[in-house]
Design a protein around this ligand. Sequence first.
Ligand code: SF4
Ligand code: SF4
Length: 359
Amino acid sequence: MMRRRPAKSFLPTTAVLEMTYRCNHECLFCSCPWERVDGDFDIREELTPERWKGIITKLCDLGVSSIAFTGGEPLLKAGILDIITHTSGCLTERVDTVDGELISETVPPSLYLLSNGLLVDQDILEFCEEHSVTLSMSLPGLSTYTEHTGRDTADTVLRNFGLAKELGIRTVANITVTRKNFFELRRTIAAALIAGAGQVLLNRFLPGGRGLGYAEDLSLEPENISELLATAEDVLSKAGKYGSLGTEIPVCLADPTEYSSISAGTQCSAARQFFVVGPSGHVRVCNHSEVRLAHIDAYEDLKLDPYWNTFTQKRFMPEECRGCGERFRCDAGCREAAHITGGSVDSRDPLMRDCIYPS
Ligand code: SF4
Ligand code: SF4
């Protein structure tokens, strides 16, 4: 059993780096805050590759040991391969407890590329192989793929999972589950696995960004959550694979401990296990967050930032959960989706809007 210790600094050990605001998909469910119609999240000047490289070196010095490149679409960032190559040559101290003993290793950070898959070709795949990059590609449905993304390239993504498998690249099929594609969730997971995807990451649709404008069409119902988990469990167990639901759920909607092939988070990991650096270099607690905090150059300011500390100290529980015996393992769903739809981080998760809470 291996557990990872906190980073050398107060920063979480995983950094999600948004390389660019730009994207070549037009996903209905996109939660990037700058895509929100009539939103306040302005687009600022993007960091240059040279600036990113300096920041990444510093993050590794601070004990960040997992780095995910995302966007927008990260492959649209000029110099992205140069940035990743630089990152693969960095070293960081990773401290784990193995069977109760502290083990410290100086290693390159683990690398993840989160892409929509449109620009992934043989060169990109060989690059991922060479630099040990885990490649995540989006697959939000099969027959509904085009309706969700504005592109007709589901087959390309599936083919790339196969090619990646041949090269021995670790891959993740990233499936955003919406009301529109819920009916084909079983087929979508199966298609990804048959094509060669190594793992499946499900994300329930969260209102935010562009998706806020489509919330009525895309939002799941509370009762969908246990069905989603049961469907994933069934497909994954038959395939002998493992998956996860990446967007936290309230325990009173479904108890993840009842499933063995799919794991689901119930506790918000924003600012505790990961943090985000946006295209301009400003920190956010989660990619779903609309709240821009200090620039990463001034990361020490986060220690005294009330919003950052709301998440590190978990001061965000809804009134309705007061007294619930599950609070030790449940953060009542997504705290940023609650913020966006309810006006404050301690609002109800949008899935729970009309629920009667256990007393
Ligand atoms: S009442 Fe709140 S804390 Fe309790 S299980 Fe439901 S969402 Fe979680
Ligand atoms: S803000 Fe929401 S999506 Fe982000 S880590 Fe917390 S619960 Fe998960």
